[in-house]
Design a protein around this ligand. Structure first.
Ligand code: UDX
Length: 722
């Protein structure tokens, strides 16, 4: 930016000078310059690098006179230039939507010598309302953020009377406009219908984006649907800045239907060629603020991020006692790999708000360059996430994370007036990644990267996670918005997803097993055998250890371990007698020592598993039989154990087909055991953990459970379609 600033003064287009004021390089000012560059406009920047002298809290209070004084001074060398135009715009909340030629031509059509933008509020002195002429159409009141005019008239206006830097510029120009003599003498007009200038405050519902379809390479323009004009400069004055942020995602060719995200490339840096020690120093803060399913995998993905660990300081706040062992395992396994590690445990009793604030300060203590916040629900499936976000080089940038198959994500496209969630026109397009890019949004959470310069700029009094009764993330974003920091969310590539913690019930012994409904994708990843798809490989013959007994990999060892734990933790194994109160008839002819799925509240989950994973195998093997969903009343885990019940006498099952999943390993956990099919005199004894036997239940497949001689054998049984 600095090199740009030193190179500009000589490059103004001959017949128009463009000025703005910017004391520092805010996100809004970067966007301003980007839009200017898009239309070959090179504004002269006044006040750069200086302390702002235009009064405190310009957004809410009067001020800005300094802008007038700066311009007055800058125009001195041109004071005799009668034919030259000057265009002034605010710098932090303005975008150019056109080139200077078009702007000049439009201005000339108005036959004014001085033209200011108009807005719907009489600000800062409402009592002046009645003095304003009423226009035939459009907005009535003057706004001082955008104006254009011939140099002599503009200078006359600026010199009308002296003003102090902290006086209000808008009031200053308003008084001049309301002076009838001056108005006619200077040919001083307002752009009531936004032929050139669109001030958004009070007009956010009047504007829309549109494309000209007939064009080969369409771009999105701004249109005022009320005045039917296409403004050439847009200003997010006062509280309309979020509207400008939303529009700015598209305007000035930031994003184009055929070219996608063009502003994504701005400021992008390449870290791929950097050596490990040259990589930016990261402060990675992990927050476990709620019980979260699949946390072990989430932590593993954090470790798997491809970024030199010796450039990462790790901070963990675990506010959930249940997760203490998971964090301990992670720390023991990987803690030493990081440059440093700071842990705050559930026992420390520190609130989320304090922990988050503390992590910001810790980042600065460690002289971090980047602060990366990751919540326990954020699964960073893409191991390049951290590097890609760093390369994006924004003040704040988040990877888009969505609950799979749902509209729930880690950002909001818009806000209600009281600061809560509102849906934006493009929310679903972004969530579904139908549009890819980098989106300036009013709220994001769960995972984001912050350039530590921002943390140095504002201390914890201004930049913190506390605001009334708000959640920490809402407070933080509200504070960032107040500082005019842009919050970008990126879906340029897929970064990962969110888990849904809402139904996660840690009073269960294996709560993740119950997540098949709400976190299907993670459940499948943890519990379904990695070779499961091979069951459908057309080049492979299904394994058939005995006639019409098929053998398929279906669940992981983790599934088996967790299912056994679920049952052993429940512990109420049946007594193996014929009398069985759990059955409608109260009688079981061939009883086993078992626990039914409905006793542990896992029957709906099991039935979904049957439908989703077992049924397709059945349809693939026993072709022509379709029953969807499969019905199954008897679903249970059996325990064979010497001294309890080591075997089961020959019997038929009351099922169309039976499935039998081995939950542990022969030779390791037990000896003996297996299943013998009497008609074929064929046994399956070398059962494999996580593999399923599937066979017809009646008539042909009379079978028995073979004697377990040592250890304990567990199997999971279901009688499907009885
Ligand atoms: C509105 C009017 O549009 C503006 O003309 C008037 O001066 C103040 O009220 P607003 O959008 O509320 O402006 O304020 P903001 O954009 O925050 O500030 C006005 C401009 O002053 C900025 O765009 C920028 O050009 C300049 N400014 C402000 C700085 O350069 N540094 C600062 O610290 C603050």
């Amino acid at each position: 930016l600095l090199s740009y600033l030193t190179s500009i003064s000589s490059k103004q287009i001959d017949d128009i000078l463009v000025y703005t004021v910017a004391t520092s390089e805010t996100d809004g000012f970067k966007r301003y310059l980007e839009s200017a560059a898009e239309y070959n406009i090179q504004p002269t920047v006044l006040g750069w690098g200086q302390e702002w002298k235009g009064g405190e809290d310009i957004r809410h209070r009067a001020g800005g006179g300094w802008k007038v004084n700066l311009l007055k001074e800058a125009l001195q060398p041109y004071k005799d230039d009668k034919d030259r135009l000057v265009l002034f715009t605010d710098g932090y909340d303005v975008m150019f939507l056109s080139n200077l030629r078009t702007i000049t031509d439009e201005f000339k059509k108005t036959e004014a010598r001085v033209l200011f933008g108009a807005e719907s509020a009489c600000w800062p002195d409402e009592t002046l309302t009645s003095l304003y002429p009423v226009p035939k159409q459009g907005k009535r009141f003057l706004n001082s953020g955008l104006y254009i005019g011939y140099i002599p008239e503009i200078l006359e206006l600026l010199n009308r009377k002296p003003l102090v830097d902290t006086d209000d510029d808008q009031l200053f120009f308003t008084q001049a406009y309301l002076d009838e003599k001056m108005r006619s003498q200077l040919k001083f007009k307002l752009d009531h219908t936004s032929q050139i200038f669109q001030n958004l405050n009070g007009a956010i519902n009047e504007v829309e984006l549109f494309t000209e379809n007939e064009k080969e390479n369409p771009e999105l323009h701004l249109q005022n649907a009320v005045t039917h004009t296409r403004p050439l400069i847009v200003h997010g004055n006062g509280p309309s800045k979020l509207k400008l942020n939303a529009l700015g995602n598209y305007l000035a060719r930031a994003w184009m239907p055929n070219q996608g995200c063009r502003h994504c490339k701005r400021g992008h840096i390449d870290l791929q060629k950097k050596t490990a020690s040259e990589m930016p120093l990261v402060y990675l803060a992990l927050f476990i603020e709620q019980a979260s399913p699949f946390l072990e995998e989430q932590l593993q993905k954090v470790y798997d991020l491809e970024y030199p660990k010796k450039r990462i300081h790790l901070f963990i706040h675990n506010g959930v006692k249940y997760h203490t062992p998971h964090v301990a395992d992670f720390v023991e396994k990987y803690g030493k790999a990081y440059l440093s590690l700071k842990q705050i445990t559930a026992e420390d009793g520190i609130s989320e708000w304090s922990a988050r604030d503390l992590s910001l300060d810790q980042c600065l203590l460690k002289e971090c360059e980047l602060y990366f916040s990751v919540d326990s629900v954020s699964h960073l499936d893409n191991p390049h996430t951290l590097r890609l976000l760093a390369e994006q080089n924004r003040t704040v940038v988040a990877p888009l994370l969505v609950r799979p198959g749902k509209a729930w994500s880690n950002f909001w496209g818009a806000l209600t007036t009281d600061g809560f969630y509102a849906r934006s026109h493009d929310y679903m397009d972004i969530v579904h990644s139908d549009k890819r890019g980098l989106w300036n949004v009013p709220f994001l959470s769960n995972c984001y990267l912050i350039n530590a310069t921002l943390l140095r700029q504002y201390d914890r009094a201004k930049l913190n996670h506390v605001r009334g009764n708000l959640d920490a993330d809402m407070a933080f974003c509200a504070n960032l918005r107040d500082l005019d920091v842009f919050l970008f969310v990126s879906n340029r590539v897929d970064f990962g997803h969110l888990v849904n913690p809402e139904s996660y019930d840690i009073t269960r012994s294996t709560p993740d097993m119950y997540q098949i409904f709400d976190n299907e994708r993670d459940w499948e990843e943890r519990y379904i055998h990695s070779d499961y798809p091979e069951n459908f490989n057309p080049d492979k013959k299904p394994l058939q250890p005995c006639p019409d007994v098929y053998w398929s990999p279906i669940v992981t060892k983790r599934f088996c371990k967790d299912l056994i734990q679920m049952m052993e933790n429940f512990g109420k194994w049946s007594d193996g007698k014929n009398q069985d109160d759990r059955l409608t008839g109260g009688y079981e002819a061939v009883p086993t020592r078992d626990i039914h799925m409905n006793q542990v509240g896992w029957e709906p989950h099991w039935l979904l598993f049957l439908q989703r994973y077992v049924r397709p195998i059945q349809e693939h093997i026993f072709t022509g039989y379709f029953h969807d969903p499969p019905r199954s009343l008897m679903n249970f885990v059996v325990r064979y154990k010497p001294g309890e019940q080591p075997s089961l006498r020959p019997h038929h099952d009351s099922s169309t087909y039976t499935i039998n999943i081995a939950l542990n390993e022969v030779g390791q956990d037990y000896e003996g055991g297996g299943c013998r099919f009497i008609r074929y005199n064929c046994s399956v004894t070398d059962t494999k953990e996580g593999w399923m036997l599937m066979h017809p239940g009646r008539l042909t497949h009379y079978h028995e459970g073979l004697l377990v001689t040592k250890g304990v054998r567990y199997i999971m049984i279901a009688f499907v379609d009885p």
